[in-house]
Write a protein that binds this ligand. Structure first.
Ligand code: BGP
Length: 469
């Protein structure tokens, strides 16, 4: 019995800001990703480029100039799809120009054409932590409703230009990370006061929900055959209670509910009831209009794309809703962790798929899953990475179980099929790729590409449509 559907989407995922480099090439303006002094997940960041400082994203792996050979390499694994983002500030350098930057548009014309030539269906993240820096500096990012019409203009431009070659779209990367990766996900500088942080994150998310609804509404006319999705981090929902103490069990559920806010609003078209108490407890009144709520209700998204890397645990007293910056988590004695402390939990992926199926019964796509680890070149010149192959196999086995459970999983894109810059750490040494890139954390290297052993592992899985798992 085949487990994976015959039309299952097999591929890999990157983000423009973590792979393209060319951060000022052909008219591109700076994005928030271009000025973070560390990884995007850090709060230490600069408001402007600090001269002489090394920014990993500025060159990244130069995918902007090397995408032809990189995609051809990845086609060697049999990819039938590929996920990437469109850098907003490559199209509108400050976000507010009246006309788009043609050189930026032409790059993505070439990129999508190459994907189709290689038999890869494009899957696009419209905004992947890449808000134009000018919109952060001028309006404070997504806490301002000014970004809604500007995002709508960006969508109108790219839907008109690429709607006929891109069938799958997700509006914002990891929308539910506004309270954990606030600078990237919503381009905001979170206040120190817990109540104000809650106001900022919930207001930013509401404005992004309105923007998502506008994008769905636009797509109905500009590209009626496209599939419009949202994208969430379900590592944020895979939260176990640290013990069976009721306070830990209830708290773990509350952690998970934070993620369901984003999914309920955009897939069901309304806020879940429990949000009112979160806002009341934090003395927050959001700027929400009846027209916005009606727009959201009438323009829900079709599918849920999500990232899943790890699970975590909740112990009473940990931060919940952005008031202390999200899940800290406690070590899970039953799980191994990566060098970066991410707890490896394939069953958690099956758990998340079943939760999504139960709550939303919508098509779902794993658009990020992967193992960030240190790789070393062996004396034979190869990179032997059995741990990465093992992670891949175990998570795809769990995904197969989820499909057998009745979960409507339509695709899987491994995060970072080629080594790219880590978002959370700004490092190259946290490698996800089946393809090695010769570049280190200080920017030294030839950028040469080479296959790792895991390249063959994924190639065989795709070739057999998962039957070998
Ligand atoms: C997710 C982001 C990706 C990617 C991934 C891996 O949150 O959507 O952009 O960065 O995390 O994290 P890191 O790059 O920090 O290892």
């Amino acid at each position: 019995m085949t487990v994976f559907p015959t039309d299952f989407l097999w591929g890999g995922a990157i983000a423009a800001n973590q792979a393209e480099g060319a951060w000022q090439t052909d008219g591109k303006g700076p994005s928030i990703a271009d000025v973070t002094t560390h990884g995007i997940g850090k709060s230490e960041h600069d408001k402007a480029v600090v001269s002489g400082h090394y920014y990993p994203n500025h060159e990244a792996i130069d995918f902007y100039h090397r995408y032809q050979t990189d995609l051809t390499l990845m086609a060697g694994m049999g990819f039938n799809c590929f996920r990437t983002s469109i850098a907003w500030s490559r199209i509108y350098p400050t976000g507010e120009e009246d006309t788009p930057n043609e050189a930026g548009l032409a790059y993505y014309d070439r990129l999508f054409a190459k994907m189709h030539e290689l038999g890869m269906t494009p899957i696009v993240t419209i905004s992947h932590y890449e808000t134009p820096l000018a919109l952060h500096d001028k309006y404070g990012g997504w806490t301002s409703k000014k970004l809604i019409p500007l995002y709508e203009k960006f969508c109108r431009t790219i839907f008109t230009r690429y709607g006929h070659v891109v069938p799958y779209w997700m509006t914002f990367n990891e929308m539910n990370n506004t309270h954990t990766i606030w600078y990237a996900a919503a381009a905001i500088d979170l206040a120190d006061d817990p109540d104000e942080r809650v106001r900022q994150t919930f207001q930013a998310e509401h404005n992004m929900y309105v923007a998502n609804a506008k994008a769905v509404q636009l797509a109905k006319t500009l590209m009626p055959h496209a599939h419009m999705g949202i994208m969430l981090s379900l590592s944020q929902a895979a939260v176990y209670p640290a013990t069976c103490a009721p306070a830990n069990v209830f708290g773990a559920m509350q952690m998970q509910r934070r993620t369901w806010v984003s999914a309920d609003v955009q897939l069901k078209g309304h806020y879940p009831a429990f949000v009112a108490r979160i806002l009341r407890d934090h003395h927050v009144t959001l700027d929400v209009t009846d027209d916005e709520l009606a727009l959201i209700a009438e323009n829900t998204s079709e599918f849920l794309g999500f990232s899943y890397y790890r699970s975590s645990t909740y112990k009473a007293g940990m931060g919940l809703y952005g008031d202390t910056g999200g899940v800290k988590g406690a070590p899970n004695p039953y799980l191994e962790a990566t060098d970066w402390g991410w707890q490896i939990d394939p069953l958690g992926l099956r758990w998340m798929c079943n939760l999504v199926q139960d709550r939303y019964s919508c098509p779902m796509m794993v658009v990020e899953n992967g193992l960030g680890m240190k790789d070393t070149v062996a004396p034979d010149g190869r990179i032997h990475d059995p741990a990465r192959s093992d992670y891949l196999i175990k998570h795809l086995q769990a995904l197969g179980e989820a499909i057998k459970d009745g979960c409507n999983v339509i695709g899987y894109t491994w995060w970072g099929p080629i080594d790219i810059v880590s978002a959370g750490d700004g490092q190259m040494s946290k490698r996800y790729g089946f393809i090695y890139v010769d570049k280190d954390d200080t920017g030294n290297g030839t950028l040469a590409r080479s296959k790792k052993d895991s390249f063959d592992t994924y190639q065989h899985i795709i070739e057999t449509n998962g039957e070998c798992l």
